[in-house]
Design a protein around this ligand. Structure first.
Ligand SMILES: Nc1ncnc2c1ncn2[C@@H]1O[C@H](COP(=O)(O)OP(=O)(O)OP(=O)(O)O)[C@@H](O)[C@H]1O
Ligand SMILES: [Mg+2]
Length: 283
């Protein structure tokens, strides 16, 4: 596995790969890798000749009071893991390499970035979309793989690719979970042992929603209120939002109708750790 730290070298290597007829698959990450990331690398491996994993804790997608400085990092471990699953290139730029200063350009997807995560993290998605476009221009992918765990991010990136005509196919890998249902996330290491136990309530509330829908419930506010009751039964849990939306517009659905593509999303804080989860379904 080759480790590349500069934009110029990464672009040159990507050009060479393309010129020799190889397809490039990219998996963008912020490192501190877990099975969720690994599953995305496997998807990239399946659909491309050369796999590039990018590892960059992007300061631009963290709010001023968020955890950029204390975000978990373990480069040696990430290096071993990526190599083991057949990564060809690990692109690890520094903050200075990616943002040398003087940048005046941002990429902003409107409307669908103002709700849900965007409502609680107002500058987050502009940070994501800007770095994603930079990574596209640096790694020159044919395909890029993102995770369903970050459902809104997946929708925003797909819209960006469509609106700006990027010649890139986006794959969305399913959410990988711990045995008790908690969605894997690098931030799970922040949880105290009590918070970790309580955090299983996210997935339990999703399962409850699924059960209610299977039993015929079609009224979103009833489903949300049942989810909310279950979550607040855990003393350490504080709900940011629970929403039932149309899976492409992210507009709230008051009533669930057959053939709607339904996305149930939630964000819950446990102490200072904020977790998200979601499920995509149709009835
Ligand atoms: N449990 C998971 N299953 C599948 N994909 C995941 C999972 N967790 C993260 N991903 C995906 O991995 C990619 C990189 O995400 P990132 O490096 O931010 O990891 P993360 O676990 O989401 O970390 P954090 O929760 O701290 O943001 C994203 O496309 C994200 O959706
Ligand atoms: Mg993440």
């Amino acid at each position: 596995m080759r480790i590349i730290t500069t934009i110029l070298e990464m672009q040159k290597v990507a050009d060479d790969l393309r010129q020799s007829g190889k397809s490039i698959g990219v998996v963008p990450t912020m490192g501190y890798l877990h099975e969720g990331h690994i599953s995305l690398i496997r998807i990239a491996r399946e659909h491309s000749d050369a796999v590039i994993v990018t590892l960059f804790v992007n300061p631009m997608q963290f709010g001023p009071t968020e955890d950029y400085k204390k975000y978990p990092r373990d480069f040696e471990r990430d290096k071993k893991l990526t190599e083991t699953v057949g990564t060809d290139i690990l692109f690890v730029p520094s903050k200075e390499e990616m943002y040398p200063g003087g940048n005046l350009t941002v990429v902003d997807v409107e409307k669908i970035t103002n709700v849900l995560e965007g409502n609680f993290r107002p500058t987050h998605f502009r940070g994501v979309t800007t770095v994603v476009v930079k990574l596209f221009n640096i790694t020159k992918p044919h395909i890029v793989v993102f995770g369903q765990k970050d459902a809104q991010q997946a929708i925003v990136v797909q819209k960006l690719v469509k609106d700006l005509d990027f010649d890139i196919k986006i794959f969305i890998g399913p959410t990988v979970r711990e045995p008790d249902g908690l969605a894997m996330s690098s931030r799970n290491v922040y949880l105290s042992s009590t918070e970790r136990k309580d955090s299983t309530v996210l997935y339990q509330s999703i399962r409850l929603a699924q059960q209610l829908i299977n039993d015929g419930e079609r009224n979103s506010s009833i489903i949300i209120s049942e989810m909310s009751k279950l979550i607040t039964s855990k003393p350490s849990a504080k709900i940011d939002y629970i929403s039932i939306t149309d899976a492409s517009s992210l507009e709230d659905l008051a009533v669930l109708r057959p053939n709607d593509s339904i996305l149930i999303l939630l964000a819950v804080r446990f102490g200072t750790t904020r977790l998200i989860d979601n499920i995509l379904l149709t009835i």
